[in-house]
Design a binder for this molecule. Structure first.
Ligand code: GUN
Length: 295
């Protein structure tokens, strides 16, 4: 039966095959790409995300190491660790998992990671390169993954009306910067909606491509979706559910069961955007290693 699902797991595997080949090529030239993870505190979601990223590193053949620091770690201690990782030639990428404890200034932390190792794309130099359309920079993994989902599902963004729900630094803002570039997989007319937007539903109904990334459980309902529109659900929200194991379950920002029948294409959640975030992190890291050989 024909399906309108965008299979993020299958598309991530296509990218992993490319990454694994490039790792093999680097290894044959004496370089094993390396990635360091830094996690501060025991946020349950962050533990799961870093665990999944570590496993993928092992599967594809990266060198990886994980630094878990206590919640009480001072900013100075974290910055000192990052300076050491910046100077470690085994490491080509460094990822500091967000969110960080509130006593730590995230902007200072992300500015301390060397731009050449900033495979998360959070350093101001890489944010600037993304804005300027310079492909030598590193783009944040989740919006880069969404763009790849669109390209590899043959969704034409050229001239399309794209509405992005959410203006965060990790997804909404970089997603908008990416899709308005004059380039392949972009050239879209982009609207960002956020908590102060008037009449969000009207904006959404105009969208050829609707990207939900605001972190509100099942916010997007069928009345907000133009029939045939492409719907991308970036949200991961834990909600209480007495009938679920552990008393809670995960839902996206889209009310999937009612939106799927009217969408042209839609990402499942899980199995849509999540695997692509990891795939793009691996792609960024292998490119960071390749760039050290070209430097
Ligand atoms: N937390 C949620 N998404 C991300 C991400 O893409 N990178 C990092 N470092 N932390 C995150």
């Amino acid at each position: 039966m024909a399906t309108n699902l965008i299979d993020g797991r299958a598309i991530a595997e296509q990218l992993h095959a490319d990454t694994a080949q490039r790792i093999a090529s680097l290894k044959s030239r004496g370089t094993q790409p390396g990635l360091a993870f830094v996690r501060v505190g025991e946020d349950p979601a962050s533990r799961v995300y870093v665990g999944m990223k570590e496993k993928t590193c092992q599967r594809l053949g990266f060198y990886s190491e994980t630094h878990v620091l206590p919640q009480t770690t001072s900013q100075a201690e974290l910055l000192a660790l990052l300076e050491r990782l910046n100077d470690d030639s085994r490491l080509h990428g460094i990822l500091v998992q967000a969110p960080l404890p509130s006593h730590i200034n995230s902007a200072t932390v992300y500015s301390t990671v060397s731009p050449a190792k900033d495979v998360d794309g959070f350093h101001p130099v890489n944010v600037g390169k993304l804005m300027l359309g310079d492909p030598a920079g590193f783009a944040p993994c989740t919006p880069a993954g969404v763009q790849q989902l669109l390209i590899r599902s043959n969704v034409n963004t050229d001239g399309a009306d794209v509405v992005i729900l959410g203006r965060g630094d990790i997804v909404g803002k970089p997603m908008a910067a990416m899709l308005c570039q004059k380039s392949k997989g972009a050239n879209a007319t982009v609207t960002i909606c956020h908590s102060r937007t008037r009449d969000i539903a009207t904006h959404c109904r105009r969208a050829d491509i609707l990207i939900a990334a605001m972190g509100v459980p099942e916010f997007v309902t069928p009345d907000m979706v133009k029939p045939g529109a492409v719907v991308i659900d970036v949200g991961v929200n834990r909600i209480a559910d007495a009938s679920a194991k552990g008393g809670s379950r995960l839902v996206g920002d889209v009310e999937f069961s009612r939106v799927q029948p009217i969408a042209g294409k839609i990402t499942p959640n899980p199995g849509g955007v999540g695997p692509m975030t990891i795939a793009m992190l691996m792609q960024n890291t292998v490119r960071a290693a390749e760039q050290t050989l070209q430097a």
